[in-house]
Design a protein around this ligand. Structure first.
Ligand SMILES: Nc1ncnc2c1ncn2[C@@H]1O[C@H](COP(=O)(O)OP(=O)(O)OP(=O)(O)O)[C@@H](O)[C@H]1O
Length: 253
């Protein structure tokens, strides 16, 4: 079995006087699609922020591919956030003044890709997420589902190894939510990108390989990780509805 790509151990994080994490541990494998569930206030977003290097835990360790993320200097963390990690939030957080194409091209431009190549790649990613033809629209001119698909294109355009998604369908109706999840899972499987996905929604969790549940800042339930034959991804024996023996192609239909 492959070693996990990301390993968090005994994370503790307190916001002011509010404890958010009280010793949470979780692993994420390369290519794995992991759901993090739990009641409101159980610490899901704080866990994601610690794992993505957005906030530092007060205690505990986060190892990412041989580096101690919780101890890295800001500069290296910034690099990793630009190159290895993609992040999507509940409200896509696209830049309102920029068109869809420019929002998606931006991470490439920041990484030094020439403008014409960045525009071309942005177009390809918008196509992948079914929003080609919307290039010139600004976020305020799109539906919520379109905006989330643009946000996913922006998160994946640089070829990250992990996408962190904090309730990406939480603000969408069920049809739009399903389209966004289908696009995310399909693309993640195609590209071998690991996804850590926070959700309240059992239907959304059903698209994933494995689920961990948080309660009061600790992990209370965890499915087992079973890589598939190619070693990159696979459903858990504990199995959620969408992963009970479905192939990646089936899961995205
Ligand atoms: N910036 C902050 N300042 C103060 N308290 C915070 C902050 N962020 C989170 N908290 C508190 O920490 C606890 C965990 O919050 P967190 O957002 O991680 O939980 P969550 O499971 O993601 O919740 P939700 O599902 O409602 O988004 C909650 O009690 C929350 O009120």
């Amino acid at each position: 079995m492959s070693n996990p790509l990301l390993v968090a151990r005994d994370l503790v994080k307190t916001h002011g006087s509010t404890p958010a994490l009280r010793g949470a541990s979780v692993d994420l494998h390369a290519g794995e699609i992991l759901a993090v569930t739990g009641a409101s206030g159980s610490g899901k977003s704080t866990l994601l922020h610690c794992l993505a290097g957005i906030v530092r835990p007060d205690e505990g360790t986060v190892d990412y591919d041989g580096e101690r993320l919780d101890r890295l200097p800001e500069k290296r963390l910034g690099e990793l956030r630009r190159t290895d990690f993609g992040v999507v939030f509940q409200f896509g957080q696209l830049i309102p003044e920029l068109t869809a194409a420019d929002n998606v091209a931006l991470p490439l431009l920041l990484a030094g890709t020439p403008r014409s190549a960045a525009r071309e790649q942005a177009g390809e990613w918008l196509e992948r997420f079914g929003v080609r033809g919307q290039e010139a629209l600004r976020p305020g001119e799109m539906s919520g589902g379109q905006a989330q698909r643009v946000a996913l294109a922006r998160a994946l355009v640089t070829g990250p190894r992990i996408v962190f998604a904090d309730e990406p369908t939480g603000a969408l109706d069920s049809l739009a939510g399903e389209q966004v999840m289908t696009a995310l899972v399909h693309t993640a499987r195609e590209t071998g990108t690991a996804v850590l996905l926070i959700t309240h929604d059992a239907q959304v969790a059903a698209y994933t390989d494995r689920e961990v549940s948080l309660r009061d800042g600790t992990v209370t339930a965890e499915g087992a990780w079973h890589p598939s034959a190619d070693g990159t991804s696979g459903p858990s024996a504990a199995g959620t509805a969408g992963s009970t023996g479905t192939t990646s192609t089936e899961a995205t239909r």
